[in-house]
Write a protein of this length. Structure first.
Length: 107
């Protein structure tokens, strides 16, 4: 069984539904949580990649972590590695939700 399938089954069994729209809304709200986070691999002590995303550390800068990847039109600089990863994950989720015609705020 897939994780998404299990998530939907859990949502459906959690409570009684008022109507089909109520049930559909609950499934849509569950979707963002079913998207797996990015998995990062270190390519060098200052360079990490995950799918189309890349984080590079530039020592000596106020915001030393540069996040680049598909869909970024400008440079995204971050104070810490975890913050850069979180930004990439948020973009990753938003991209997948947009493919379903959703804004990602539903979850």
């Amino acid at each position: 069984m897939t994780d998404l399938r299990e998530t939907i089954i859990d949502v459906l069994h959690r409570r009684k539904w008022l109507d089909d729209a109520d049930m559909a809304d609950a499934i849509v709200r569950a979707l963002p949580g079913a998207i797996k986070p990015l998995v990062w691999s270190e390519r060098h002590s200052t360079f990490w990649v995950s799918g189309p995303y890349r984080i590079t550390k530039y020592s000596g800068m106020a915001m030393p972590y540069k996040l680049e990847g598909a869909g970024f039109s400008d440079i995204s600089m971050w104070l810490g590695f975890e913050a850069a990863k979180a930004a990439a994950d948020a973009h990753h989720r938003a991209t997948i939700m947009a493919a379903f015609g959703l804004r990602g705020e539903e979850g």
